[in-house]
Design a protein around this ligand. Structure first.
Ligand SMILES: [Zn+2]
Length: 288
């Protein structure tokens, strides 16, 4: 068996007065199946807080984002194929000089698992409501209530493209299609990076949304890409946005829904539980 090494391996004396594994912080993957179970790992007795249950995870390397670390560790420790999972949100336990990021990802299939690494002694799919009856690693135990609360939820981000493009006088009127394409491409990048929860009025720390970009007029020619669903409006964009949101509210009752628009009439047509943010908020997030 192979012990994987990265430049983040090592202990860090934290400002909280304790020592943590991962000189650059650490991350783990909480994998949630669509039938409401999570993948827990019984940690080897010799490991830190050995004998307790937690999620596959480990030290972040200098070339990784926390989500990369979580996916790599889950592959190494639990044989979870990154292509089988979809990151949805993350909770960050930030100590200042050290942090632990728990990435929550959904999987459409209950991936066959095996202990693939000396750090794993047992892996088990556990129903969400049974998790708290396990002897959990203290940090995971502390994070669990928030993780449990959001575990099955996703974020749908619906963008009023005409409204966002039109909010900034950057010459968009000379080529509306190109301006919409720039917005689409910036959304693809941001969707991969994740959106800060606070800016969208959401719980937890980061969300990876499913994005629906509603385009109208000339921009209906906009080509679809991986990562952003492009919805051309047959008539006006507002009607399609309202319909899209109605469908989401009906079919995904637990999911978070955020609509990006400054259009007051449209805002008035949306269900009360839908969050609305203005184009400036989105544009600021895209420029990060
Ligand atoms: Zn600490």
């Amino acid at each position: 068996m192979l012990l994987h090494r990265t430049d983040g391996d090592g202990w860090l004396d934290c400002s909280c007065g304790r020592r943590h594994w991962g000189r650059l912080g650490a991350a783990g993957l909480l994998l949630v199946s669509l039938d409401g179970r999570v993948l827990l790992q019984h940690r080897a007795v010799w490991s830190h807080e050995g004998g307790t249950w937690a999620v596959p995870g480990g030290a972040r390397s200098s070339t990784e984002r926390p989500v990369d670390t979580a996916l790599r560790e889950a592959a190494e420790e639990a044989g979870v194929h990154p292509g089988d999972v979809e990151p949805v949100f993350a909770v960050v336990d930030d100590h200042g000089s050290w942090s632990y990021t728990t990435v929550v990802a959904h999987t459409g299939r209950t991936v066959e698992t095996r202990p693939a690494d000396p750090e794993s002694v047992e892996l088990r799919w556990v129903p969400l409501d049974d998790v708290s009856s396990f002897p959990l690693h203290p940090a995971f135990d502390a994070a669990w209530p928030q993780l449990r609360d959001q575990a099955m939820r996703r974020l749908a981000l619906v963008v009023d493209a005409a409204n966002v493009v039109g909010s900034r006088p950057d010459g968009w009127w000379r080529d509306r299609l190109a301006a919409n394409r720039r917005l689409r491409d910036a959304l693809v990048v941001a969707a991969d990076r994740g959106f800060p929860a606070e800016e969208l009025g959401l719980p937890a720390n980061w969300w990876w949304p499913g994005i629906r970009l509603v385009v109208e007029g000339q921009a209906r020619e906009l080509e679809p890409v991986r990562g952003v669903e492009v919805l051309p409006a047959p008539r006006d964009g507002d009607t399609l946005i309202a319909q899209t949101v109605d469908n989401l509210v009906r079919e995904h009752a637990d999911d978070h829904i955020v609509v990006v628009t400054a259009d007051r009439l449209l805002r008035g047509r949306l269900a009360p539980r839908v969050h609305v943010v203005g184009p400036r908020t989105l544009l600021r997030l895209l420029e990060r």
